[in-house]
Design a protein around this ligand. Structure first.
Ligand SMILES: Nc1ncnc2c1ncn2[C@@H]1O[C@H](COP(=O)(O)OP(=O)(O)O)[C@@H](O)[C@H]1O
Ligand SMILES: [Mg+2]
Length: 228
């Protein structure tokens, strides 16, 4: 049986351009299943970042609904949804520069409603180690790590929230091919072994080829390139 965790329902969104309204997302609908790794391809300007902004409750659609676990995220509350139900990873890692890797992960353990009070540091080290960051590296300021290592910390940081849904805006965009491949393998593992739903926007065909379901943003709608 299909287990739908996240739904975009008839989303529309546009920007005013030269006094005229231009629709970027046009009655877009899609259902995402638990434990699958999705990519969304589309040329620059096709609306990928706009779509993620709506999916991550940074912005509200003009029409339509974003549904998490059967409930409209507006009803859950945008702040609550962002804090407890999803994590987002960016191309530029978005880590806190002056903290170590461990502290970056720990800070995310603290912001959830269900607070981890004990063993926070230990848990942070554990998650980092499962993402390939050993303790000596976890204790370094994140700016002293390579791009690939920083992205691993960013993923560990997302995992610290223990959410079902992980979104990414070009998370391998700043990495070389080999490192990007390793990061993609991590995402795959999170989907297949840990039941996370991963939705990455990308302009890389290679990243798309390695996902379970490859979607394309075309004329304001999501169409399936392959997958089912
Ligand atoms: N704040 C804004 N005001 C007006 N137009 C915007 C704004 N943000 C994005 N756009 C336009 O909307 C389109 C989609 O942008 P975006 O979602 O960033 O695309 P992508 O991430 O696929 O490159 C682009 O044509 C962009 O110029
Ligand atoms: Mg973008």
């Amino acid at each position: 049986m299909k287990s739908i965790i996240f739904e975009l329902e008839q989303l529309s969104y546009g920007y005013i351009d030269g006094g005229k309204k231009r629709l970027i997302l046009n009655d877009l609908s899609f259902q995402f299943e638990k434990g699958r790794f999705y990519t969304i391809l589309g040329p620059s300007g096709s609306g990928k970042t706009t779509l993620l902004a709506l999916a991550s409750a940074l912005d509200a659609p003009e029409n339509g609904r974003v549904i998490y676990n059967g409930e409209d995220i507006k009803k859950i509350g945008y702040t609550k949804f962002r804090r407890n139900n999803m994590a987002i990873i960016f191309q530029k890692y978005n880590l806190i520069d002056y903290l170590t890797g461990m502290e970056n992960v720990e800070s995310n353990l603290m912001i959830m409603d269900q607070k981890f009070t004990k063993n926070r540091k230990e848990i942070a080290y554990q998650i980092l180690s499962s993402m390939g960051i050993v303790q000596t590296k976890a204790d370094r300021r994140v700016t002293k790590l390579s791009g690939g290592e920083q992205q691993r910390v960013a993923i560990a940081r997302a995992l610290a929230k223990d959410v079902d849904l992980i979104l990414g805006d070009e998370p391998t965009g700043a990495l070389d091919t080999a490192t990007a491949r390793e990061i993609i393998d991590l995402f795959k593992r999170l989907a297949h072994d840990y039941g996370k739903t991963i939705i990455l926007v990308t302009h890389s065909d290679e990243v798309a080829r390695n996902s379970d379901i490859s979607l394309r943003l075309h004329e304001g709608k999501l169409v399936v390139d392959y997958g089912e």
